[in-house]
Design a protein around this ligand. Structure first.
Ligand SMILES: CC(C)CCOP(=O)(O)OP(=O)(O)O
Ligand SMILES: [Mg+2]
Ligand SMILES: [Mg+2]
Ligand SMILES: [Mg+2]
Length: 148
């Protein structure tokens, strides 16, 4: 059990986006107290009153400047980080999306939180991956539409 009273520690909700281009996905190296120096999908905290689609489009736009479309729910996972200096618990919603303009390139709009965005082939992902994504990849999760 945690030392502080239960009001301080509540599960938070994150939403992350598999932004797909061909057989590649957009990843950025996190510069953050959670998952520092690990490769993660764009995304972040679901804000009060937001739909999943609004959150996905907002977070990707805020972090990369990219405009996305065809946002589809994929899955949700429960991520408990008790070994961190401060315990964290995130319920993470995974969606997929595609670029509105396939020629649009990502910008690193939050250089204090991300080392930079790049496209990585799904069968050749960088390491280390952010834990919630690592667990998904290890479970052989396939974020791509059947046709691809
Ligand atoms: C830590 C993670 C699982 C949830 C929060 O994600 P994030 O740090 O990318 O959040 P923001 O993009 O909203 O700042
Ligand atoms: Mg964000
Ligand atoms: Mg946010
Ligand atoms: Mg984020």
């Amino acid at each position: 059990n945690c030392s502080s009273n239960s009001q301080d520690l509540v599960p938070r909700v994150a939403l992350v986006v598999f932004l797909l281009k061909g057989k590649s996905v957009l990843l950025g190296k996190r510069l953050s107290s959670i998952g520092h120096s690990t490769f993660a999908l764009p995304g972040g905290h679901l804000e009060f009153g937001e739909t999943f689609e609004d959150c996905a489009a907002r977070e990707v736009k805020e972090e990369t400047g990219l405009d996305i479309q065809k946002i589809e729910f994929l899955t949700v996972t429960n991520n408990v980080f008790l070994e961190e200096p401060k315990p964290y618990h995130y319920v993470t919603i995974f969606v997929r999306a595609s670029l509105k303009d396939p020629l649009q390139t990502p910008q690193n709009l939050e250089p204090n939180k991300c080392a930079g965005w790049d496209w990585y082939q799904w069968n050749d992902l960088p390491e280390p991956l952010f834990r919630p994504l690592e667990v998904m990849v290890q479970s052989a999760f396939n974020p791509f539409p059947e046709s691809q």
